[in-house]
Design a binder for this molecule. Structure first.
Ligand code: NAD
Length: 485
């Protein structure tokens, strides 16, 4: 097992230089910091444009053999990767805490979640990839073949540094693609550790390639390269739009998992204690740095004051500490995240909101520890009601009618997930139909998992990850018509 600091640092400095794990034409070092303390925990080799191209060279060279390998053999390697991830669960969780800051229980949960995608796609990889079609021509046989698209570029964020990699990579690899991976600069160690385990699992050289470096340079090289046939990106809508445009010239297959700005709707008649407990999870998991995080809480006016009081009381019990102390919340990832929380709180208060708790940094803990915060009576024109806050600030507002709350919930460029609490099945049916969200969660919060298609409508993204659809995103359909007459 790794302790934090020295052992971790030593081990990962070595791993960063293993083939396939970030050694592409190394051009310097990136300092990785622990957000809880600000101290440097590792130096990682970084690559430039030449390294990014070398990674595609390697992936392209490996593609023919990997895509031609029997699906069962690819599946066996994925199964080994899955087993190695679970074996290294504690190490991986501690690495994640050290660079990302989340509480250790959440980090362990993420490793399990990350591993579940590898297992799921190990199984999906060996399912049939040829479908028959009802013929519209006499004497002809028709089939649809699903073929791997080619080299796939995978670009991932820092908030789920392991699961966002495996959700993409296992699907792409299971489909028969080779991959080039660019993780966030904040969390390269989790990515490198997964790359090392992939190598130990037996992926042939060139199949899995992890490149650390300046994002615009590395990913820009990949979007410009016609050999990269698919791009799967998880991150902000702003960067997603940029990569969408950059991918146009080479007409890449795209999966974009972008921002969320989830509404959390509570009706009179819902189990209020349960709604409060689920609201705490929906807002404060990963310290609020979650694309599924609830941002806007619409509460039916007859239960509004009761919800505000119970929710605030529950929030005031939440604890905040460095991740290894396993409190409810850890530090935010960097000072821009802290500045955004404060800007959203100040803006809402200026527009008439009541600050019920929090609203500032917990100086006793350190500059990146933002107190869990509740704002009530937040007006719809406040920045927090329009933009993703991506942190531990909850904005509450009352509503009077079903039509009103549907209109307000849908009045957003985002459409990733919506949460609804009600015990009235007809109301739930109407809401589920009307909400323009890729996922609707009724009376609970944690609803995602490897077998379900995860993704958003509108500017929350394109395509789905997880489930069979996640693997098919890395394939092309080839229609074959054979006439023997
Ligand atoms: P980000 O968009 O800043 O970065 C994501 C990735 O893109 C990183 O690897 C980064 O290095 C890279 N990147 C940044 N600028 C780039 C550029 N100019 N060219 C190419 N690549 C670039 O996002 P983030 O701050 O790391 O993550 C937070 C965002 O991710 C939030 O908006 C959140 O909602 C979103 N997110 C979405 C999902 C989902 O599944 N929908 C999951 C997790 C996070």
């Amino acid at each position: 097992m790794l302790d934090q600091t020295d052992t971790l640092k030593d081990r990962l400095q070595d791993t960063a230089l293993l083939p396939g794990a970030g050694d592409f034409a190394a051009q310097g070092r990136l300092a990785v910091r622990d957000p809880a303390t600000g101290s440097v925990i590792a130096q990682v080799a970084i690559s430039d444009q030449t390294g990014a191209r070398a990674a595609v060279d390697a992936a392209q060279a490996a593609f023919a053999d990997w895509s031609a390998m029997l699906p069962q053999k690819r599946a066996a390697i994925l199964h080994r990767w899955h087993a190695l991830i679970l074996e290294a669960r504690e190490d991986l969780a501690r690495i994640m805490v050290a660079e990302q800051g989340k509480p250790i229980s959440e980090a362990r949960g993420e490793i399990d979640y990350a591993a579940s995608f590898v297992q799921f796609y190990a199984e999906e990889a060996s399912r049939p990839n040829i479908e028959g079609v009802t013929s519209h021509l006499s004497d002809a046989e028709m089939e649809l073949w699903r073929e791997p698209v080619g080299v796939a570029a995978l670009v991932t964020p820092w908030n789920f540094p392991s699961a966002m990699i495996t959700r993409k990579a296992a699907a792409a690899l299971g489909a028969g693609c080779t991959v080039v991976i660019h993780p966030s600069a904040e969390t390269p160690l989790s990515a490198l550790a997964l790359a090392v385990l992939a190598q130990r699992a037996g992926f042939p050289d060139g199949v899995v390639n992890t490149v650390i470096g300046d994002a615009a340079t590395i990913v820009g090289e990949w979007t410009a390269d016609a050999r990269v046939r698919a791009l799967s990106f998880t991150g902000s809508t702003e960067v997603g739009r940029l990569l969408y445009r950059q991918s146009a010239d080479t007409v890449k297959r795209l999966v974009l998992e972008l921002g969320g700005h989830a509404p959390f709707i509570v009706f009179q008649g819902a189990d209020l204690d349960r709604a409060v407990a689920e609201a705490i999870k929906a807002k404060f998991a990963t310290s609020g740095q979650d694309c599924l995080g609830a941002n806007r809480f619409y509460i039916h006016r007859p239960v509004y004051e009761a919800f505000c009081a119970r929710f605030t009381a529950a929030v005031e019990k939440l604890t905040l500490a460095p991740g290894m102390q396993d409190a409810d919340l850890g530090p935010l990832i960097h000072d821009r995240q802290v500045a955004k929380q404060q800007a959203h709180v100040d803006d809402a208060v200026t527009r008439g909101a009541r600050l019920l708790t929090g609203g500032r940094v917990d100086d006793a803990q350190g500059p990146l520890f933002y107190l869990p915060t509740v704002l009530a009576d937040v007006s719809d024109d406040a920045a927090i009601m329009r933009e993703e806050t991506f942190g531990p600030v909850a904005a509450l507002t009352p509503f009077d009618s079903e039509d009103e709350v549907i209109a307000r919930a849908n009045d957003s460029e985002y459409g990733l997930v919506a949460y609804v609490h009600s015990m009235d099945p007809r109301r739930i049916y109407r809401l589920t139909r009307a909400l323009q969200y890729g996922m609707v969660a009724v009376n609970r919060t944690k609803v995602t998992g490897a077998p379900i298609p995860f993704g958003g409508m509108k500017q929350s993204g394109i395509g789905r990850e997880g489930a069979r659809q996640g693997l098919e995103a890395f394939t092309e359909i080839k229609y074959v018509c054979r006439d023997w007459a």
